[in-house]
Design a binder for this molecule. Structure first.
Ligand code: FES
Ligand code: FE2
Length: 325
């Protein structure tokens, strides 16, 4: 595995589980890799590189044979079983000896929180997936879902997500009465993998203000609590060096009546994505350099959560290097 900008030895959320079926290959790009996803006869998800091990054709253009539990290459019709090995080469006839290295390398994957998670690393995957199990994100009553794909690097997106004090400036036309001073503000690392932060934006002359909690489960799952009644989970994964994919599970507790509550959350999320996140996207896109390193930034106290995320990133890169020998 190439030691590139992606943080290795991590679980990444790569796709919505509902997008992956037993009837056709689903093609995506994540972590700089072209991938194909499909479900086998046991309904479990298989993920492998899109390039056919024979001569590289895109298996995403192929078909699934549900009876035989295999993916069929569109170029020469080779069949690859859900266990990865090649089971049939039409050009060689039945019973032909199949070379051992003609097989799919299957990634280790898990399906949880309506998402497919991929282990990006050479070591054994960790038991725990990097998301907050205890934060009510499975509450479906008022949940609204969306995904985004931004032409912004993973690190810049993370910076943007962990930033509280941009609110009155970047989103000034949508948030009224939110002061510019971030005080009090606290950010810490919990359990060695969670950046926990909480801050109140207020006017210097006032005691109270608007409180936001942003907790990030390393490397890229954010839990945010806005004011008293809105909370969300944002699950992020690099597409490549310049692009990031994300899945948002959005909730509110101010209007929870059946149907109406859900409808209300959807409207709120639509507003958030159309206007608020639109501002974020524009500013993140404008940020230079995109391939940011902590040395490129001049962080201040209000950016402490960002500094802590970079600290975890440095630790993860260092320990991966050590394992690499
Ligand atoms: S390239 Fe896939 S079977 Fe030849
Ligand atoms: Fe924002």
């Amino acid at each position: 595995m190439s030691r590139s900008i992606y943080i290795p030895e991590q679980w990444y959320p790569i796709e919505e589980a509902r997008k992956v079926t037993r009837s056709k290959p689903h093609r995506i790009k994540r972590l700089g890799m072209e991938l194909v996803l499909w479900r086998g006869t046991d309904n479990k998800v298989r993920v492998h590189h899109a390039a056919c091990p024979h001569r590289g054709a895109d298996l995403g253009l192929g078909t699934i044979n549900k009876e035989r539990g295999c993916i069929v290459c569109p170029y020469h019709g080779f069949e690859f079983h859900e266990g990865g090995h090649c089971t049939h080469m039409p050009c060689e006839g039945k019973g032909a000896k199949i070379r051992k290295d003609l097989k799919l390398e299957l990634f280790q994957v898990r399906e949880e929180q309506d998402l497919i998670w991929l282990w990006y690393g050479d070591t054994e995957p960790t038991e725990e997936l990097p998301f907050f199990k205890d934060r009510n994100l499975e509450e479906k009553r008022t949940e609204a879902i969306t995904t985004f794909a931004w032409p912004v690097s993973f690190t810049r997106v993370i910076e943007g997500m962990l930033d509280i004090h941009h609110l009155p400036f970047a989103h000034g036309k949508y948030v009224w009465g939110v002061g510019p001073l971030l005080d009090p503000y606290e950010a810490t690392i919990e359990k060695g993998c969670i950046v926990q932060s909480k801050g109140t934006l207020r006017y210097p002359e006032k005691e109270s203000g608007f409180t936001t909690e942003l907790d990030l489960y390393f490397p890229g799952m954010l839990y945010l609590k806005l004011g008293a009644s809105v909370y969300a989970g944002v699950y992020m994964c690099p597409v490549d060096e310049q692009n990031t994919w994300g899945y948002i599970s959005y909730h509110q507790t101010s209007l929870t009546l059946p149907w109406v509550g859900k409808w209300f959350t959807r409207v709120m999320l639509w507003f958030e994505m159309t206007f608020v996140q639109h501002d974020d996207r524009r500013l993140l896109l404008s940020s230079e350099p995109q391939m940011v390193d902590i040395r490129d930034d001049r962080l201040v106290h209000a950016d402490k959560a960002i500094a802590l995320w970079y600290k975890l990133r440095a630790q993860a890169l260092e320990s991966a290097q050590k394992t690499d020998g």
